[in-house]
Design a protein around this ligand. Structure first.
Ligand code: HEM
Length: 500
C-alpha cells in the first residue's frame, strides 16, 4: 500500500515538473511566436542562461578600441540575439520568460505602470545580502511605506545641506593628488579606485555622519559580496540552495553577519552622538520626516543603509570614472568645462549649492556620460497580471528586460553619431521619455538621483579647476558589466597641476 502511495506521489511530482518546466514555457513561447516575437529556443530548466554566460565570458575576454560602441561588450546577449531575432525578442532566464524591450514608447508604458501592472522582479535570494531588504528589493505596501518615509531625506534641500561636507572630501582627495605630484610635471591616477573611496567617504558622512574609517569595513565587505552577487545573478536559483552549508554560502553568511554587526554599532554610536543631526541615518531613526505613522525598525534601517551604501557608492563612482575618462579623451570638452568652472567659481572660490545650477556644461557632460555608460545597464520588471503593451499581449509572470545601453546607443533615436561623446545633445532635455533613463522613470525612479548629480558636479568641477588630464598609455578600454558598468582593468589618467 505504502509503495503504491509513493508511486502516485512520484508520478504527480513528475507531472508537475513536466508541466511547469516543459509545457508552460513551451506554450508561452508559442504564444509570443504567434505575435511575431522570436528568440532563442527555450531549454528546459536553465533556459538560455548557459548561452548568456558564454557570451559574457567571450565578450570580456578581449579589450576593445577606445570608442563608445560598447553594447556588444556590456550587453553581448542583447547584441547577438537582437541581430538575429529583431530588437524585441523573447529569451529565457531559467523557466522564466524574459521579454526584451528597446522601443521607447513600450518602455515608457511599462515603467509608468510600475506597481500597478508590473513591479520589480524578485531578486535571486543569493543576491539579497548585497541589496538587503531595502527599497530595491521591496514590493507592494512595504515598498510604498518605506519610499514615503525615505523620499524626504533625499530632497534637493537636504542634499544641498550636504554640499560643504562633499567639498571637504573632494578637497582632501585633491590635496593628496597635489602631494603625490610633488615636483613632477604629471602623475598617473587610477580614478576608478579613487572615486570609489571618495564616494564611500561622502556617503559615510552624509548617511552616517561618521568618518570614512568607521564605514570602510562595510564597503570592503560589500566589494566581496558584489562578486558573489554577480555569480548568483547569472545563474538559475534552485529553491533552498541558499541554506546549503557549502563554501560560497558560508562566506555569504559570514559577510552578511559582519555587515549587520558593523551597521548596528554605527547606528548605536550615531544615536548617542548626533541626535539632532541632518545625516540620513539620524533622519531615518528619528522618524522626523515621517508624518505617516511609525518610522522604521532598526533591522529595516540597516537594510536601507546597506542599499544606500552599495547603490549610492557604486553607481556614482562609476559614472564619475567614465566622465573623467571621456574628458581625458575629449580635450575640447574638458577646456569648455574648465572655462565655465572658472567663470562660476572665481579665484579660490569652491563650489557651493547656490553655484551648482550655473554649471550647465558640466551638467551636460554628466548627462552624456550617463547616456553612453549608464551604470545600471538594465532595468527589469515582472508582470503582475496579463497586460497589453503596444500591440503585444503579455502573460502574467513575464519579465520585462530593458537594456539601457542598447536604447542609449540606438542610432534610430540618437542619430548616426549615437556612439560619439557629444554633450551638446543635452542643451535641451531629451524629448522622448522612454529613450533616456539612466535613473529610471516612474514611481521606482532612483531615490538618490539628486545626491548623485550634485556629487558628480562638485567632483568634476573641482578636479577640472585644479588639474588637467589625458588618458594614460597604460589604460586599456574594457567596459564590463559587473552589477554596474565599470572598467575591467581600472581607469588610468595622467594628471597635471594647472598653474594660474
Ligand atoms: C549616477 C548615479 C546613479 C544612477 C545612474 C542610479 C540609477 C538607478 C536606477 C536605474 C534605478 C532603478 C530604477 C528602476 O528600477 O526603475 C535606481 C534605483 C535606486 N537607486 Fe539609484 N542611481 C544612482 C545613484 C544612487 C544614489 C547616490 C543612491 C543613494 C544613496 C541611490 C539609491 C537608489 C535606490 C534606493 C533605488 C531603488 C528605488 C526604489 O526601488 O524605490 N542611487 N538607481
Amino acid at each position: 500500500m505504502a509503495f503504491f502511495f509513493v508511486i502516485i506521489l512520484l508520478t504527480l511530482a513528475s507531472l508537475k515538473f513536466v508541466y511547469s518546466i516543459i509545457w508552460v514555457p513551451w506554450r508561452i513561447q508559442q504564444f509570443f511566436r504567434k505575435q511575431g516575437v522570436k528568440g532563442p529556443n527555450y531549454r528546459p530548466f536553465y533556459g538560455n542562461t548557459a548561452e548568456m554566460i558564454r557570451m559574457t565570458k567571450e565578450a570580456q575576454s578581449k579589450s576593445i578600441p577606445f570608442n563608445h560602441d560598447i553594447v556588444h561588450r556590456v550587453s553581448p546577449d542583447y547584441y547577438q540575439w537582437s541581430a538575429k531575432y529583431g530588437q524585441t525578442f523573447l529569451c529565457w532566464f531559467g523557466a522564466k520568460p524574459r521579454l526584451v524591450l528597446v522601443d521607447p514608447d513600450m518602455i515608457k508604458e511599462v515603467l509608468l505602470h510600475t506597481t500597478d501592472t508590473n513591479d520589480r522582479d524578485d531578486f535571486n535570494p543569493l543576491s539579497r545580502p548585497l541589496f538587503g531588504q531595502g527599497l530595491p528589493g521591496l514590493m507592494g505596501h512595504k515598498w510604498a511605506a518605506h519610499r514615503k518615509i525615505i523620499t524626504p531625506a533625499f530632497s534637493m534641500e537636504k542634499v544641498k545641506a550636504w554640499v560643504p561636507g562633499m567639498v571637504f572630501s573632494v578637497k582632501k582627495m585633491l590635496d593628496n593628488w597635489e602631494e603625490q605630484i610633488g615636483e613632477r610635471d604629471e602623475f598617473e591616477v587610477e580614478v576608478h579606485e579613487e572615486f570609489h573611496d571618495l564616494s564611500a567617504e561622502i556617503l559615510s558622512k552624509t548617511a552616517l555622519g561618521s568618518n570614512f574609517e568607521e564605514g570602510k569595513r562595510i564597503f570592503d565587505v560589500q566589494q566581496q559580496q558584489e562578486i558573489l552577487t554577480h555569480q548568483a545573478m547569472h545563474n538559475v536559483y534552485i529553491p533552498g540552495f541558499r541554506f546549503l552549508p557549502n563554501k560560497m554560502n558560508i562566506l555569504r553568511w559570514r559577510l552578511e553577519k559582519e555587515t549587520r554587526e558593523i551597521m548596528r554599532r554605527i547606528i548605536e554610536i550615531n544615536r548617542r552622538t548626533s541626535e539632532n543631526s541632518m545625516n540620513f541615518l539620524s533622519m531615518l531613526m528619528s522618524g522626523k520626516m515621517n508624518k505617516h505613522g511609525p518610522g522604521l525598525e532598526i533591522e529595516e534601517v540597516i537594510d536601507e543603509c546597506k542599499t544606500f551604501f552599495y547603490g549610492g557608492k557604486e553607481a556614482t563612482a562609476n559614472a564619475l570614472t567614465w566622465a573623467v575618462l571621456l574628458l581625458a579623451q575629449h580635450q575640447e570638452w574638458q577646456n569648455k568645462a574648465r572655462e565655465e568652472v572658472l567663470r562660476v567659481c572665481k579665484g579660490n572660490e569652491l563650489p557651493s549649492a547656490e553655484k551648482l545650477p550655473e554649471l550647465k556644461i558640466v551638467d551636460m557632460i554628466i548627462k552624456e556620460t550617463l547616456r553612453l555608460y549608464a551604470p545600471d545597464n538594465s532595468i527589469s520588471r515582472r508582470t503582475l497580471k496579463n497586460v497589453k503593451v503596444g500591440s503585444l499581449n503579455i502573460p502574467a509572470e513575464t519579465e520585462f528586460y530593458i537594456p539601457q545601453a542598447a536604447v542609449h546607443h540606438d542610432t534610430k533615436i540618437w542619430g548616426l553619431d549615437a556612439n560619439q561623446f557629444n554633450p551638446a545633445r543635452f542643451v535641451e532635455p531629451p524629448k522622448q521619455m522612454g529613450a533616456y533613463f539612466p535613473f529610471g522613470i516612474g514611481s521606482r525612479i532612483c531615490i538618490g538621483r539628486n545626491l548623485a548629480m550634485v556629487e558628480a558636479k562638485i567632483v568634476l568641477a573641482m578636479i577640472i579647476k585644479q588639474f588637467s588630464f589625458v588618458v594614460s598609455p597604460s589604460y586599456v578600454h574594457a567596459p564590463m558589466m559587473l552589477v554596474t558598468v565599470q572598467p575591467q582593468y581600472g581607469a588610468q589618467v595622467l594628471v597635471r597641476r594647472i598653474n594660474y
